[in-house]
Design a protein around this ligand. Structure first.
Ligand code: GDP
Length: 324
């Protein structure tokens, strides 16, 4: 019941958060699908709408090609009939396999990767609190050279009532992982969440560090499953896509977390990232509270982006103000 209420509240915040993106899309959709013919102009206008929403060129092309095929196969003549088709093409493309969350039910080390400021620490704090609520034994570890980041993680650890392993500023990140793995084993931890510092400025270093961490885990904790999640800031649009590309060039990624989807006009980026990287979006964040991170639900997300909601906005605004 409480879970149901939380989910409803989350969806309302997601809808409210994506309002800027949606308002632009819905306005363009009215023009595009209100056209009298399916012709080159129709496809061009649709393409422009998607590009404006930060869906990216490649993804937009894929969706338009998919639509053209459907229009031809089903002999569709009316632009209005294409709206549902487009939305369904995008939903199908975004679907997340059930096995995406298997790591939560295994002994796992979750490596949380991404550049500074995208929301890694916050994401770890939220995940830790949620896993603990579900009865999991959770441990956090910080591979970071910023003292402030360690303090921030400690605040989250207190809030989530989860222990944290950290070293002093400037410690070797691999040494932190080494200690954290030893502690996780000794305490029979279910999920170890590792906050990795976002040093993308030196690819070679980053690659070496992440590889070293993985080696330690494989060697010292072979029974654990490694899940590498990259965190991206949803408000940065195409930059987020570029970061994801760069990280995927240096390390294997199992999933994507997109944060800050509360109040962005670039909500289409989630579609672009998943389509272009072929790595599933597993979680999305819509705020700074514990309940503001949830599993990614493509149906809900695409509805929040494209559906023309008629319900009273004040209800949504009320829910955003709710202290959940
Ligand atoms: P890190 O440097 O990657 O660890 O990023 P932090 O976790 O420190 O987050 C950077 C800032 O983004 C903080 O002020 C967070 O409160 C904020 N933040 C993180 N996730 C979200 C989100 O989903 N929505 C909003 N509005 N802010 C977020």
């Amino acid at each position: 019941m409480a879970e149901e209420k939380e989910k409803k509240g989350f969806f309302a915040r997601l809808k409210a958060g994506l309002a800027k993106t949606r308002d632009n899309i819905v306005e363009s959709f009215t023009d595009v699908f209100g056209a009298s013919h399916i012709d080159d102009d129709f496809y061009e206008n649709l393409e422009e709408t998607f590009i404006m929403a930060d869906m990216g060129y490649e993804t937009t092309e894929k969706v338009i090609e998919g639509l053209k095929q459907k229009v031809e196969d089903s002999h569709i003549k009316e632009p209005a009939a294409c709206k549902e088709l487009v939305i369904n093409i995008i939903k199908n493309q975004m679907s997340v396999d059930d096995s995406a969350y298997d790591f939560e039910n295994k002994k796992s080390v979750v490596l949380v990767i991404g550049v500074n400021g995208v929301g890694k620490t916050t994401t770890i704090g939220k995940l830790a609190a949620q896993y603990r609520q579900r009865g999991k034994k959770v441990l956090m570890a910080a591979d970071t050279f910023r003292a402030a980041a360690i303090d921030q993680l400690k605040t989250w650890a207190d809030r989530a009532q989860v222990d944290i392993i950290s070293h002093n500023e400037g410690a070797d990140p691999a040494a932190v992982v080494y200690d954290a793995v030893a502690a996780a084993k000794a305490r029979d931890t279910d999920i170890l969440l590792v906050d990795t510092a976002g040093r993308l400025h030196n690819k070679k270093n980053l690659m070496d560090e992440l590889a070293k961490m993985r080696r330690i885990i494989t060697r010292d904790y072979p029974e654990a499953n490694v899940e590498a999640l990259i965190v991206l800031d949803g408000t940065t649009g195409q930059n987020a896509l570029e970061q994801a590309r760069q990280f995927s060039n240096v390390t294997e990624l199992d999933g994507i977390v997109i944060t800050k989807l509360d109040g962005t006009a670039k909500g289409g980026i989630a579609i672009a990232i998943q389509a272009e990287l072929d790595v599933p979006v597993k979680f999305i964040g819509v705020g700074e509270k514990i309940g503001d991170l949830q599993r990614f639900d493509p149906q809900e997300y695409v509805n929040a982006l494209f559906a023309d909601f008629d319900e009273d906005r004040s209800e949504i605004d009320m829910l955003i103000g709710d202290d959940m």
